[in-house]
Ligand binder design. Sequence first.
Ligand SMILES: CC(C)(COP(=O)(O)OP(=O)(O)OC[C@H]1O[C@@H](n2cnc3c(N)ncnc32)[C@H](O)[C@@H]1OP(=O)(O)O)[C@@H](O)C(=O)NCCC(=O)NCCS
Length: 278
Amino acid sequence: METFQGDDAGPAQLHPGDLGWNMRDGAASAAKVLRLWSHNGDPIAIGMLDTDTDASVIRLAVSPTVGDDETIATRIADDLDGRDLLPQEPASAEVRFGSALQQVLRDRGWTDGDGWACFTSDLSHPTPSHPVRKAVVDGSAAEGVPDAVVHDIVRAHLAAWERSTLTVKKWHEMAVGPAFRHGRFIVLYADDVPVATAAVWSAGPGRPGLIEPLGVDRDQRGRGYGREIVNACAAELRDMDASSMKVATPVTQWPAVPLYEATMRRLPDVPDLVRPTH
Ligand SMILES: CC(C)(COP(=O)(O)OP(=O)(O)OC[C@H]1O[C@@H](n2cnc3c(N)ncnc32)[C@H](O)[C@@H]1OP(=O)(O)O)[C@@H](O)C(=O)NCCC(=O)NCCS
């Protein structure tokens, strides 16, 4: 899946980091929502069913080796049209890469659904230094993670995401997942209080990295910590030799859109594609 992440110019497609963050309910639960298409023994597309919603949504990563392949696109589109893969109505697919699949779905009557604001940052220049104290958990490091830092990450995350169910146990489930070997979790402090947290995920040197998730404590917003943690994410991904940093957020996600607009380069918005109901 890392090798699918070659497109620095376009929006982020489903990334190893999405799978990594989804590991917090355990490997079995993460595997249950994954779908894999292969061709001649090679993986060519990976789908992750979004279980946060009642409707059927599948988020896809398509290999650049088959992005323009109409035969393969038609085969995948047959699966997306069928009710085995996406049983509920309405159903939609996130296809941010793979022009052939996008075209086949549109030809079959799939229409624009929820819009995503997509951002990218060039990492070729150093990011501004941060005066704010931070702690970083590096998933590739052999040494154990201090309990206090994990507690601070979970505390800051819960203070940022009202409906989050993250716990220390779930954080550790995520951290033992294979994707976190290429991931880092960051927490920012103000006067020893954890105020913001984010995770970054590399897809290997020379490929785009991803931010997922990122948040600032509700009581600490509007003080520049959002900007600081985006910069901290860029510094970590640069250190991991990522070629760019990407993030996507619903166009309705306020004020994430203005934060990313202030700190990254906005790409054209991308809609999910909604299956026609017959
Ligand atoms: C999005 C979020 C991280 C912003 O954090 P923050 O600490 O308030 O952001 P900052 O104070 O650093 O603001 C940085 C810039 O973002 C923009 N911004 C932030 N909040 C804004 C608001 N309410 N209205 C308009 N612009 C805003 C501004 O351009 C601001 O720069 P400025 O202060 O120089 O004008 C925070 O609101 C949050 O955690 N939201 C919930 C989780 C979330 O949506 N995460 C991102 C999706 S992955």
